[in-house]
Design a protein around this ligand. Structure first.
Ligand SMILES: O=C(O)CCC(=O)C(=O)O
Ligand SMILES: [Fe+2]
Length: 389
């Protein structure tokens, strides 16, 4: 394969070591396609969700299992800001729609709205996550570890879309990583590397189109911003780096699962994205600062949650939760290679938070708990010094 600065393919049976993936993919923040079926071939969903010896989806099985669950459905023909309009329906209603699409095939797709079932928290909603197994490469995941321990909404999703359904151009929530595995079907991705997102905005303006291919001079523009396409087939897994713009089309009827997450490799990016988003909110409501006094900070956090998906307290809680767990593990010698950079990375971010007046000015229990964390880290540094002396 030709060398590509923003994308690597592991083909056939070739799998990297965890170390290699960590250093050469996640840390370098480049996209990666796992062609090897070995990561998914044992998944229950790869066996049970596909009708015997065909490329068809086993809807009877899915309806039996999940028919009465309520699912989020997006209308690909109606724009809503940088996404599509969303409604909810029962899963068996969605399957009725789908069966109709398949029966009438092209005709239905050309004449009616394309409905895309996505961002479905299937594992959480069905209390059962045994339909896939987390590949070792994605195990270091502060976000979903925190959500699971706290029993709050996670960032693990299932997508079901007919041929022609698509996800408009976007950057993932918080600027997180995502991985996406096709259980059945094929996706075409267009990616713009993070270093060129700014260039793209300079070329075509801050408000980006849903679909870059609709621009009259799209070829020239995509070339200028080093955009590239990836075809992801059944059983293959794609790693999407932090901050890359991407748009995705299902070029066959497709089911996929994906996670959004962050870890030691991109925590810095998440932190600066949070700070930039906070800065935008503060500027937006700056004129209310004197009137609202203390409440102003709370209002900033509320707006931040709506616009960015999390606020300062949520971020700090994740840091505190994960670093505490890692320190306890270290004390009890339950150490694993996946966690090797965690404490160093988390303490660095924590150091930044302590010096950041946006965090210091707050005065409630959240920040008092920081003292606990500070003590823990101090203890650790002292014990490390003792060891090295
Ligand atoms: O598969 C799709 O439609 C979108 C997936 C995506 O955007 C992601 O995994 O980050
Ligand atoms: Fe995405």
């Amino acid at each position: 394969m030709e060398f590509h600065p923003y994308f690597i393919i592991y083909s056939g049976q070739q799998l990297p070591s965890y170390e290699e993936f960590y250093n050469n993919v996640m840390k370098k923040n480049i996209a990666c396609l796992f062609r090897s079926q070995s990561l998914t071939e044992q998944w229950k969903s790869r066996k049970e969700w596909i009708a015997n010896n065909t490329d068809d989806i086993n809807f009877d099985h899915l309806v039996n299992k999940y028919g009465t669950l309520t699912v989020p459905v997006y209308n690909c023909n109606e724009k809503h800001f940088n996404s599509n309009t969303k409604t909810e329906m029962l899963f068996n209603e969605y399957v009725d729609y789908w069966r109709n699409v398949i029966k009438n095939d092209e005709q239905t797709l050309n004449t009616s709205n394309i409905l895309y079932l996505k961002d479905w928290h299937l594992a959480q909603d069905s209390n059962c996550d045994d339909f896939y197994e987390l590949p070792v490469f994605f195990e270091s995941d502060y976000l979903n570890e925190y959500c699971q321990d706290e029993q709050i909404t996670d960032f693990k999703f299932t997508y079901i879309g007919p041929k022609g359904s698509y996800t408009p151009l976007h950057i993932d929530v918080f600027g997180s990583f995502s991985w996406s595995a096709n259980i059945i079907g094929t996706k075409r991705w267009l990616m713009i590397p993070e270093p060129y997102v700014k260039t793209l905005k300079q070329l075509i303006g801050e408000i980006l189109p849903h679909n870059l291919y609709t621009l009259p001079n799209y070829k020239e523009i995509i070339e200028k911003v080093h955009g590239f396409e990836i075809i992801q087939k059944s059983g293959e897994i794609l790693f999407v780096p932090s901050g890359y713009l991407h748009q995705v089309e299902n070029i066959e009827h497709t089911i996929s699962v994906n996670h959004n997450w962050f870890n030691a490799c991109n925590l810095d990016r998440i932190y600066s994205n949070l700070m930039n988003a906070l800065n935008d909110v503060q500027n937006e409501i700056n004129d209310l600062k004197d009137d609202l006094m203390d409440e102003w900070n709370e209002m900033c956090d509320k707006i931040l949650t709506i616009h960015f998906g999390m606020n300062r307290a949520y971020f700090l809680n994740i840091i505190r939760h994960i670093v505490t767990k890692r320190l306890l593990r270290r004390q009890s010698n339950e150490w694993e290679f996946r966690y090797k950079n965690d404490i160093e990375c988390l303490s660095k971010i924590y150091g930044k938070i302590l010096l950041n007046e946006n965090f210091i000015t707050k005065n409630n229990d959240d920040w008092k708990n920081c003292e606990l964390l500070k003590n823990l880290l101090e203890k650790l540094t002292t014990s490390q010094k003792k060891i090295s002396n």
